[in-house]
Design a protein around this ligand. Structure first.
Ligand SMILES: NC(=O)c1ccc[n+]([C@@H]2O[C@H](COP(=O)([O-])OP(=O)(O)OC[C@H]3O[C@@H](n4cnc5c(N)ncnc54)[C@H](O)[C@@H]3O)[C@@H](O)[C@H]2O)c1
Length: 340
């Protein structure tokens, strides 16, 4: 059976890395067909909108999408398309696994941790107000409902994946109400759900950041509010080789969007040198999700085959420039395809 996936190529290097994923899927005979829709700057020329209704409708219909990065203007212009997508589709849990890869030398070895990020509120509420010229307030929203459902998702994730420890990081010593509600909600879920198989602990985030860089191997799964999760997921990508090799997923109760952790990389867009691995790894997460959540069992074998092929390519020293190799996007994609 063939499954339809919405493909949102995105901006900058997005179409380049999305094209690489499509080529690998075709070579792997993945049981999927793509339905291409646009978002971001790429959508404006077609529809005049950064997030067309047709794109949202397609993700709601097919329940799964693979998305390249979308450009967001800094300090002006339209609101982030990524944030809009997560909010519109209520994709409340962001999952960013961080795993050491073969053939990539970094300062750390055998890293295997997961950053879980609450995706719908916190400082990403987008509510900002210029009280008077020179004075701006940015509102951080924390609700019990969102904190509890995210914490529950986190505990369930640990249980399903056999993960042993969930660590919430916070700044409840300063933001006593907001971050206090977040940690209180997580503790309540732990107590209600009798998650005796998952150790739960809490750390104040500044000290937690220090402990994390001292030894990431002491951590298993991190439970973080929106902005903390954003910062920590990029920081943790640095443990294993950078933004080019970290995958991500945004998951809700009805649909899920899988996307690279990196942005549209305007500095290298159009040069054909982007590392497609982050989006390819995200697509493997997507195939596993389709097998586990959507009943598309046949996707599991394709996921395993693609993962084995890129692990082998890396072990053989086949790498793009950002991780110390010499290959361009096409050469690296071909190296993966040869090993399928
Ligand atoms: N989820 C998303 O769509 C997403 C995420 C982050 C940033 N953005 C957007 O992307 C744009 C650029 O942001 P930025 O420059 O801060 O971050 P970026 O991730 O695009 O780039 C940071 C650095 O990493 C490099 N890099 C990123 N991905 C790479 C890859 N696959 N291969 C090789 N090198 C890679 C870039 O060349 C650059 O030097 C902004 O408009 C930002 O809002 C989008």
């Amino acid at each position: 059976m063939t499954h339809t996936i919405v493909l949102i190529p995105g901006d900058g290097i997005g179409p380049e890395v999305a094209g690489a994923v499509q080529a690998v899927f075709e070579a792997a005979k993945a049981p999927v067909e793509w339905e291409v829709h646009h978002a971001g700057v790429a959508a404006v020329s077609d529809s005049g909108e950064v997030l067309p209704q047709a794109t949202l409708d397609a993700v709601r219909k097919h329940r799964v999408a693979l998305k390249g990065p979308c450009t967001t203007p800094v300090g002006k212009g339209f609101r982030s398309v990524n944030v809009q997508l997560r909010k519109e589709l209520d994709l409340y849990a962001s999952v960013r696994p961080i795993r050491s890869l073969p053939g990539i030398e970094t300062r750390y070895e055998d890293v295997d941790l997961v950053v879980l990020r609450e995706n719908t509120e916190g400082l990403y509420s987008g509510i900002e107000n210029e009280v008077t010229p020179g004075v701006v307030t940015s509102l951080k929203v924390v609700t019990e409902r969102a904190s509890r459902r995210f914490a529950k998702w986190g505990f369930e994730y640990c249980r399903k994946r056999g993960r042993k420890k969930l660590t919430a990081m916070h700044k409840a010593n300063i933001m006593k109400l907001g971050d206090g509600l977040f940690t209180r909600s997580a503790r309540a879920i732990r107590d209600e759900g009798s998650y005796d198989d998952v150790e739960y602990d809490e750390m104040i985030i500044d000290a937690g950041a220090m402990r994390l860089v001292q030894n990431p191997n002491n951590f298993d799964v991190l439970l973080l509010q929106n902005l903390y999760g954003d910062v920590f997921s990029d920081l943790c990508a640095g443990f294993v080789g950078g933004l080019g090799v970290a995958p991500g997923a945004n998951i809700g109760d009805d649909s899920a969007i899988f996307e690279a952790v990196h942005g549209s990389a305007p500095d290298i867009a159009g040069k054909g040198i982007a590392n497609p691995l982050s989006l390819l790894m995200s697509s493997v997460m997507m195939l596993n999700h389709m097998a586990e959540v959507l009943g598309a069992d046949e996707c599991k074998a394709t996921a395993n085959a693609i993962k084995a092929a890129y692990d082998k390519a890396l072990s053989d020293g086949q790498k793009t420039g950002d991780i110390g190799g010499k290959l361009n996007t096409k050469q690296f994609t071909d190296a993966i395809i040869e090993r399928l």
